[in-house]
Every structure is written in structure tokens, then in C-alpha cells.
Design a protein around this ligand. Structure first.
Ligand code: AP5
Length: 225
């Protein structure tokens, strides 16, 4: 495993569906006070609100396919200009295609920002399937858990202010997951070479307990200042 401490505060978490990007991004957000920007979460919120973006995205998401690049790039353009991104950001689930990666390069140049690193969270495919099918997500705060690896409390999601129940995401069904994994191999895996060529890529073994993966990531990101 490659390891260099680089004090990253503007980074991408790259990895297959179920690799643990969301789990780690939430933990890093809490520790470093930089926002997790999850395109999946933003799209699911848009679907729930019934916004025009949500209407356009829903059928792709339900089928396990990627949402068109143009919708996603506009969404990220707006999000990266919000004030809470000033100290940094963790992109989770974006970019996911070469077109999105190039659009991000252009956008960051426009904003005068630079990407400090890309962390590939590496997990073997059979493990991904088990993680996705067993995942449960809180309908309100988006916190995730797993029926076997990180069982949810019997009532609510464990946060005192959040009374809602855990649900299975519609795209975590056993019949949809293979389409998502295929979309990852086809569209997103080429980004590994893209960022390796730019000397930005760090590989992290994601097939370990969450706390161990987090410890590696925090070593990589450096101390909280
Ligand atoms: P999105 O929400 O981004 O889903 P994803 O990339 O498929 O990633 P996941 O959220 O499924 O997995 P994760 O890596 O975050 O894993 P998690 O930490 O939850 O995208 C959904 C859809 O939106 C896409 O299919 C597409 O349609 C659309 N979309 C989104 N972004 C797009 C874009 N940029 N372009 C086009 N379309 C886009 O962990 C999974 C489970 O494993 C959990 O239960 C967790 O508790 C458990 N777990 C995590 N880590 C560990 C561990 N170390 N050990 C054991 N269990 C673990």
C-alpha cells in the first residue's frame, strides 16, 4: 500500500459501491470539520423533495445506472461555491466518469482551488455485495449501518433527535447491485489511471474494520489543526 502524509483537505474518496466511502467521509467530516459532499445523498434528497433534479435522476438511480454527467456537474458547481467548503471538502461519489473528472479539473481552476489527493478505498467484489445488500440507511440523517457488521439500534437511528427508522435503499436490492457494480467498472475504474497519472492517487485497503480504515485515512490526512 502506498503511504504518504500530505495534509489533504480537498480530496476525493474513490471506490466501488459499498466500499465504505460514505462511512469514512462521515467520520472524516466529524474529525476535520470539512463537509462530505455526496452526490448520491444530494440526489436522494432531490428525489425525496420531488424537485426537477429528483424527477430527472430517479429512474437512473432506481435502475442502478449513472445519472447524466451534465446534471451532476451543475450540482457540484453550485455546491463547491457554498461558504462551508472554504476550509476544504471531501467528495464522495464524484467524479464517477472521465467527463466528470475533467469538468472538476476545469471547475477547480476557475475557483482557484486545487485537488490535494484521491483516496481509492479498495474492497473485493464479493464483500461489496454483502455490504450493500445488508446496508440500512436512516431516512432523516442519512447515517448508515449494516445488519451484520454494524447492527442498527432496535428503535430509531441512535441519535436522540432522530426518531426515524432504518430502511433499505431501493438500489441496494440484490437485483440492482450488479448493475451498479458494472457501471463502476465501466465508467469509474478508468479514473484510477487518470489520477495515478497526475500522482494524486493513494490506495487504502478497505476490507478491514471501519476503525482501522479510518486510522489509515487520518494518518494520511494528518493532524487536526
Ligand atoms: P451513491 O449514493 O454515491 O452510491 P455508491 O457510490 O454506489 O456508494 P454507496 O453509497 O453505495 O457505498 P459507500 O462506498 O458509500 O459505502 P457505505 O459507507 O455506505 O450513488 C447512488 C446512485 O446515485 C448511483 O447509482 C447513481 O445513479 C447516482 N449518482 C451518484 N453520484 C453520481 C455521479 N457522480 N454521477 C452519476 N450518477 C451518480 O458502506 C456500505 C455498507 O457497508 C454500510 O452498511 C456500512 O455500514 C458497511 N461498511 C462500511 N465500511 C465497512 C467496513 N470497513 N467493514 C464492514 N462494513 C462496512
Amino acid at each position: 500500500m502506498e503511504f504518504r502524509q500530505v495534509m489533504m483537505r480537498r480530496l476525493i474518496l474513490l471506490g466501488a459501491p459499498g466500499a465504505g466511502k460514505g462511512t469514512q467521509a462521515q467520520a472524516l467530516e466529524e474529525r476535520y470539520h470539512i463537509p462530505q459532499i455526496s452526490t448520491g445523498d444530494i440526489l436522494r434528497a432531490a428525489v425525496k423533495q420531488g424537485s426537477p433534479l429528483g424527477h430527472q435522476a430517479k429512474s437512473y438511480m432506481d435502475a442502478g445506472e449513472l445519472v447524466p454527467d451534465s446534471l451532476i456537474v451543475d450540482l457540484i458547481r453550485a455546491r463547491l461555491q457554498e461558504p462551508d467548503t472554504e476550509p476544504g471538502w471531501i467528495l464522495d461519489g464524484f467524479p464517477r466518469t472521465p467527463v466528470q473528472a475533467e469538468a472538476l479539473d476545469n471547475l477547480l481552476q476557475e475557483l482557484g482551488q486545487s485537488l490535494e489527493g484521491v483516496v481509492l478505498v479498495d474492497v473485493p467484489e464479493p464483500v461489496l455485495m454483502e455490504r450493500l445488500v445488508g446496508r440500512r440507511t436512516c431516512t432523516v440523517c442519512q447515517k448508515v449501518c449494516h445488519v451484520k457488521f454494524n447492527p442498527p439500534p432496535v428503535n430509531g437511528c441512535g441519535r436522540e433527535d432522530c426518531p426515524h427508522q432504518w430502511v433499505q435503499r431501493s438500489d441496494d436490492r440484490e437485483d440492482v447491485v450488479p448493475t451498479r457494480l458494472a457501471a463502476y467498472h465501466r465508467n469509474t475504474e478508468p479514473l484510477i489511471n487518470y489520477y495515478q497519472a497526475k500522482d494524486k492517487l493513494h490506495r487504502v485497503d478497505g476490507n478491514r474494520p471501519s476503525e482501522d480504515v479510518l486510522a489509515t485515512l487520518t494518518n494520511l490526512l494528518g493532524p487536526v489543526v
